[in-house]
Design a protein around this ligand. Structure first.
Ligand code: TA6
Length: 289
């Protein structure tokens, strides 16, 4: 495919993965074909909008730690231990179907369809498309098509990693008073703080039926990240903290202190069912405040 000016195909790491580098007057970005995974994004006048671990691993079948990996066709860890956590989409090579530049706005479209391997894990015919519009901010749309003869149900999350100067001086707004499942307390249902979420230990919260509009306030830097989605009803807020980070091995030195995830998708009771032949799009917008 002929790539527009400012978009180049490059190798990622030493294990054969490849991706796209985007450089325009508005932004620079890096995307991996594996998982249609946006790894990095930065507008020319601001700090990076996404966090990527200094120890991120680029190899087949391993989701690089950071950016926006896509959890699909399920979010979370299945009971069946032969199935990967967060689905298989982030481990598969997606096909670049379009690369456009309109002025300084870049649009990339990638798709993943079912094959014998995916059907062993999830017995459905589907097409998933990730459309990324990269300019002064990120617009990311997942479109899922049911190519089967019967309905199917899926869950997903755009598992966005964001940077912060110091997690101890970071607040998440937009989920005040909402109930959440606390994965660190055996999925107990608790109520979110009335004055925003702050972090003082491993945090792993799943909100269903959430509002879709959140702010990450980096108090130390006086910087806000804006997250907006009317199509993604679930939110997941995660920081692995010290012990889990040490076990993960790809979080870098004290990486937990400079990052957090505020993920957008449809999980649990927000799961999506598509009739045969139906397709639906789920758009997420991310930007600097
Ligand atoms: O979204 C939070 C979470 O489900 C955590 O429990 C943690 O497992 C995180 O995702 C990262 O999962 P991964 O499979 O990418 O290491």
């Amino acid at each position: 495919m002929q790539l527009p000016a400012g978009i180049t195909e490059i190798p990622l790491g030493e294990n054969g993965l490849r991706g796209l580098k985007v450089d325009t007057p508005l932004c620079s970005a890096l995307l991996s074909f594996q998982g249609a995974h946006l790894l990095q994004f930065q507008t020319t006048d601001k700090v990076p909008l996404l966090w990527l671990s200094e120890d991120a691993i680029f190899k087949a079948g391993k989701s690089a730690r950071g950016g926006i990996p896509l959890c699909f066709p399920w979010f979370g860890t299945p009971a069946d231990k032969d199935k990967p956590a967060h689905g298989f989409a982030r481990h598969r090579l997606w096909t670049l179907t379009a690369a456009r530049r309109d002025g300084d706005i870049v649009t990339l479209e990638l798709e993943l369809t079912d094959d014998a391997d995916t059907r062993k894990l999830w017995p459905h015919a589907f097409r998933a498309r990730q459309t990324l519009v990269l300019g002064r901010n990120i617009t990311l749309t997942l479109t899922v098509e049911n190519r089967d003869k019967t309905p199917f149900t899926f869950t997903f999350a755009q598992h966005s990693y964001f940077p912060t100067s110091d997690i101890l001086r970071t607040r998440v707004e937009g989920l005040e008073g909402r109930p959440y499942f606390d994965a660190t307390q055996d999925w107990k249902i608790l109520e979110s703080e009335a004055d925003g979420i702050r972090f003082s230990a491993e945090t792993d919260r799943v909100y269903e039926g959430a509002g879709g509009h959140y702010h990450i306030v980096d108090e130390a830097a006086g910087h806000t990240i804006v997250i907006r989605s009317d199509d993604c009803k679930s939110a997941i807020v995660w920081n692995p903290w010290t012990e889990k980070s040490a076990r993960m091995g790809d979080m870098g030195t004290d990486g937990w202190r400079g990052m957090l995830c505020v993920e957008s998708g449809n999980t649990g009771s927000d799961a999506i069912t598509l009739a045969a032949g139906e397709q639906r799009a789920f758009t997420l917008r991310l930007g600097n405040g």
